[in-house]
Write a protein that binds this ligand. Structure first.
Ligand code: SF4
Length: 455
């Protein structure tokens, strides 16, 4: 989404303006995901759909991880695409697109994200703002420093990408190959971007990277970065996603927990609890329960989310039972469970002991149903509390019912707060009393005369 927002800004600088309707667009950009085959397949469907709907003469650019994964093969097999560009080449995006429209960049364009979490961003359209050459000069540096057009997220929340790529080498994962080696963004650059986002009305800033804990600049680590971001006026929550478990030491976690604006929430992808499976995954074989217990001690009240994988090659019934026992004891607030996918080009795809697909899916169902009970219990324990809620907008079921999120609910992956009674306005931060709990969502009431919440 962050990349899409930068590409959207680049197309605007080229003179395009957004359009919701692909059939009106002169330029369609599909930003793709391809870290597993189902995502790549979905991305291809989005590309073909966009190609089928474009008007005569419109150009189609395919960018993102699908382009990294299949490169020239993709360009050869997808004649519908006028441009295939992996993330490592984004600096050339402005000139490549500009070359399609040498005369008049006053065109309409659509930028969509394709893949498992693909969302339509809408598009870009408008009168000529700058000539193509001028626009190129406005995007001289590293892609990560390009400005963003906030087309894909509401104005009150944003993702801040603090690094790109990954130096870990988990046996099942293609991401280091798709996104390259770890490249951290400097603290000063991140602080400036966060300040600009806060000035534009962002109240919740979610830090993302393949692995947040890998961020380092000289003597500064993730805690130094978060402490600096915590000084920014206007931000109310700073949320941390994707913290690799091995580097979550006591000192780091305690410092993070002490920053008042940091949401009491941590997404720690544990993946498995069996030392044998963790070892085969290349993720270190330490049993993860002590870490979870420590996290709760070092950061009282923290809500923990995790990701787990079942069906990894060689996973036995005993390994699976170890994972179940771990989940029962770790009691994560939320968990996502995935079935191993053998991705060509990874070490795990060549490993013996492939677990039958049906067994993997049944283990996944077993863990998800166990987690549902655990999440319900965690939410029930919250009933009666007063919490801060960022109001997100009407519920998917009814325009009359407003939803929001508390600090223990991350955007787009966790449950919601459903307002009962008075309905606050989207974008407001309000205090609400939790009334009733389900496994994912909670009902809450708020007092419209209560004090305003400021960052
Ligand atoms: S830490 Fe995450 S992104 Fe990096 S190799 Fe492992 S699973 Fe992939």
């Amino acid at each position: 989404m962050v990349d899409s927002e930068r590409l959207l800004a680049a197309t605007r600088r080229l003179g395009f303006r957004p359009t919701e309707d692909p059939s009106l667009a002169d330029l369609l950009v599909v930003n793709t995901c391809a870290f597993i085959l189902p995502a790549a397949t979905e991305a291809v469907d989005v590309i073909l759909d966009a190609a089928g709907r474009r008007k005569p003469g419109a150009r189609l650019a395919v960018v993102g991880c699908l382009a990294s994964r299949y490169g020239e093969e993709l360009a050869k097999n997808l004649p519908e695409a006028d441009l295939v560009m992996p993330p490592k080449d984004y600096r050339g995006f402005v000139s490549a697109v500009g070359a399609f429209f040498p005369e008049s960049p006053a065109r309409a364009a659509g930028v969509v994200s394709g893949g498992v979490s693909g969302d339509a961003l809408g598009g870009v359209s408008g009168d000529v703002l700058n000539g193509v050459a001028g626009a190129g000069a406005l995007f001289p540096g590293d892609f990560e420093t390009w400005e963003r057009d906030r087309g894909g997220t509401p104005p009150w929340r944003a993702w801040l990408k603090i690094a790109e790529g990954c130096d870990n080498s988990c046996a099942y994962c293609l991401i280091p190959r798709l996104r390259g080696r770890l490249k951290v963004r400097p603290l000063s650059e991140l602080a400036a971007e966060a300040e600009s986002l806060a000035r534009s009305g962002v109240r919740e800033l979610t830090l993302v990277a393949q692995d947040l804990t890998a961020w380092r600049e000289g003597k500064n680590n993730l805690a130094d970065l978060v402490e600096r971001l915590g000084e920014i006026e206007g931000l109310v929550w700073i949320r941390l996603m994707y913290a690799y478990p091995e580097r979550l030491g006591k000192k780091l976690v305690k410092r993070l927990a002490a920053v008042p604006k940091v949401a009491a929430y941590l997404d720690v992808p544990i993946q498995h609890a069996s030392p044998d499976v963790l070892g085969a995954m290349g993720r270190g074989a330490a049993a993860p329960l002590p870490l979870v217990e420590n996290l709760r001690e070092w950061w009282p009240g923290v809500a923990l989310r995790t990701t787990l994988m079942v069906g990894f090659p060689g996973e036995t019934e005993r390994d699976y039972q170890l994972l179940r026992e771990f989940m029962e004891r770790a009691r994560f607030d939320q968990a996502g469970v995935f079935v191993f996918s053998p991705e060509e080009g990874t070490r795990a795809a060549l490993m013996p002991g492939r677990v039958p697909g049906g067994v993997g899916r049944s283990r996944r169902r077993g863990l998800m149903s166990l987690q549902k009970k655990i999440s319900l219990a965690a939410n029930r324990a919250r009933v009666g509390r007063e919490v801060l809620v960022l109001v997100e907008g009407p519920s998917a079921d009814s325009d009359l019912v407003m939803t929001g999120r508390a600090d223990f609910q991350a955007p787009e992956v966790d449950g919601l707060i459903i307002f009962d009674g008075h309905q606050p306005l989207p974008g407001r931060m309000v205090r609400a009393r939790l009334l009733k709990a389900g496994p994912y969502d909670l009902a809450a009431s708020f007092d419209p005369d209560g004090p305003a919440v400021t960052g």
